[in-house]
Design a protein. Structure first.
Ligand code: ATP
Ligand code: MG
Length: 554
């Protein structure tokens, strides 16, 4: 479904009305990540929404790093965020940093002080909390609220000059200690923090609080539509209050429901814990909900964009089935993935009547793509098939290989099992077959019809590989609301590594980003852990949704 076919979401309705009334000549949105972690699929939703709206209405989008908390932020995160936004397919009009506005924000706070709308409070954070009251009882102002603008100005300048230790003073906006909205009960707008900032270094020891910095950064950039998630609804009056008092550009805040997805966590704080406690292998572990994890796992950017479009823009919190994301991934990969044959659990088959050394057969790269072309697949006397594609005593409807039974080898010949070889313990070590020379795929004159088709790899030409199969990282649907610590619900079997895998040689010449469908096995992509002697592949997603069935079985 293209965005033209969808009905308008509520933000689009607002924008179209604003443009019709000429409230704005064009729209400006922003994506404002705090550089304190890697982006996740929830951020992708926000990126696709903000950049998508600007694209649709001919406006522009800023990438703004909301870097007002010096303690948790890092340049590594800035780079990863830029990389992820670009990979998703978007380019920002401007790259801005809230920290670039520290001077302006400081001046704005002084302006509020001069207007008698802000004061320096020496109370401890406990005292401030106690004086705030409760949602049902009004708060109390303390004696510091009566300080004169001149005294407040001097104190704030001294705070900035580093004369006071952390936590000894804050600047508060003077709004309403009886407001039913607790956030309006003289909220803190500046605090002292003697900490090194990733961009401004040691230049500042006072830092603006989120609500003050965020809204005013929007105004400085003349953001017309500032889109955030629902938890910011109660912050909107404060956002508006600052703009009204300071008479800055009237940016407007709109809220939508954040994306929550089944079987995963999506808060940077929790993702950081998984990384730090080594429950996953870094931020880009393919099991993570991070954009970098999904990229490494082989999710195409187009599938993530499609997913974000399909879920729409909700006004109420909900939990989206991760199966929908996987559905979008499969749909996309089915069109682009090159078909290859890879044997995960090999069993040797010897074709006793094959007397050439080898021959080059061909097979379609992608039957879904008329321009996909062909690849060469070498065939020889010894091949690998999957162990579970052979049964010594087959059940009735087993159409794969069994003594006396025939199967087709994909893009090659029909073979018939004649005998088998076992070791001392009785394990089958080799299957001996004959092939029908007239049955070659594409030139089959044998007249024989078989029900089973197997994938296979020529033993002499096989590449040794490792595959990594992933399952859900968590065992419960709604991880955020499950009992106990979220880490109690980690799936101990979320990663299976198969290291004795044989792949057809074409894989060695494909590009590292190429998506594959390993026949009958799922969609795969090469992992950067690959070495010249061992290719490593991640399973992006299975061919069909086996998860839905598992859930039903219980
Ligand atoms: P987290 O709780 O994961 O740390 P955050 O909201 O603190 O997320 P920010 O870096 O502050 O992360 O977010 C940047 C932008 O992305 C914000 O506009 C935020 O609303 C949006 N965003 C974050 N998580 C989601 C989500 N799950 N769904 C939609 N938008 C999100
Ligand atoms: Mg945040």
């Amino acid at each position: 479904m293209s965005s033209e076919e969808r009905s308008l979401n509520f933000i689009e309705e607002i924008i179209e009305a604003d443009l019709a009334e000429e409230k704005h000549k064009s729209i400006t949105t922003r994506f404002p990540p705090e550089p304190n972690g890697y982006l996740h699929i929830g951020h992708a939703k926000s990126i696709v929404l903000n950049f998508g709206l600007a694209q649709k209405y001919g406006g522009s989008t800023n990438l703004r790093f909301d870097d007002t908390n010096p303690v948790t932020e890092d340049t590594e995160y800035v780079e990863s965020i830029k990389n992820d936004v670009r990979w998703l397919g978007f380019e920002w009009a401007n790259e801005f940093y809230a920290s670039d506005y520290f001077d302006q924000l400081y001046q704005m706070a002084l302006q509020l002080i001069d207007l008698g709308l802000a004061y320096v409070d020496d109370s401890t954070s406990e005292e401030i909390a106690a004086q705030k009251g409760t949602p049902t009882t009004p708060g109390q102002r303390n004696q510091f609220a009566d300080r004169s603008p001149a005294e407040n100005r001097q104190l704030f300048e001294d705070m900035k000059a580093g004369k006071y230790p952390d936590g000894s003073k804050v600047v508060r906006a003077k709004i309403d200690m009886a407001s039913p909205n607790m956030l309006l009960r003289d909220p803190i707008i500046y605090r002292i923090k003697h900490a090194h900032h990733h961009r401004t270094g040691d230049q500042w020891c006072v830092y603006p609080m989120y609500d003050f910095a965020h809204g005013q950064s929007d105004s400085i950039e003349k953001i017309t539509h500032s889109i955030c998630t629902l938890e910011f609804v109660p912050h909107r009056p404060l956002y508006n209050w600052c703009i009204e008092q300071l008479k800055t550009f009237p940016s407007q805040q709109y809220e939508f429901a954040r994306l929550n997805m089944t079987y995963t966590v999506m808060s940077k704080r929790k993702l950081l814990q998984l990384v730090n406690e080594q429950m996953v292998n870094g931020w880009d572990d393919p099991r993570m909900s991070t954009i970098s994890g999904m990229r490494r796992r082989g999710y195409p950017a187009a599938a993530i964009r499609e997913f974000c479009d399909r879920i729409g823009v909700a006004k109420r919190d909900n939990l989206i089935d991760v199966g929908l994301l996987e559905f979008c991934v499969r749909e996309q990969l089915n069109k682009t993935a090159l078909r290859r044959m890879v044997v995960f659990d090999p069993l040797k088959v010897i074709i006793t009547n094959y007397d050439q050394t080898s021959e080059d057969l061909t097979s379609e790269n992608n039957p879904e793509d008329p321009n996909g072309g062909l690849r060469t697949v070498p065939f020889s006397k010894e091949i690998w098939i999957e162990k579970d594609d052979f049964m010594e005593q087959p059940s009735k409807k087993y159409f794969r290989l069994a003594p006396g039974q025939m199967v087709r080898l994909k893009s090659a010949y029909i073979i018939k099992c004649e005998s088998l070889v076992k070791d001392a313990e009785g394990n089958i070590t080799e299957v001996h077959c004959t092939y029908i020379p007239e049955s070659r795929s594409g030139a089959d004159t044998s007249g024989i019809h078989v029900k089973g088709t197997l994938h296979w790899v020529s033993a002499a030409h096989a590449i040794h590989a490792e595959v990594r199969l992933y399952d859900r990282l968590f065992q419960v649907e709604d991880v955020a609301n499950a009992e106990g610590d979220f880490k109690d619900h980690i799936n101990p079997a979320s990663l299976t590594v198969l290291s004795n895998v044989y792949a057809e040689p074409a894989l060695a010449n494909d590009s590292p980003e190429q998506a594959f469908q390993f026949l009958r096995k799922g969609y795969f992509v090469q992992d950067p852990d690959s070495t010249p002697t061992k290719m490593v592949f991640n399973r992006t997603v299975t061919l069909k949704d086996t998860w839905a069935k598992e859930v039903k079985k219980g």
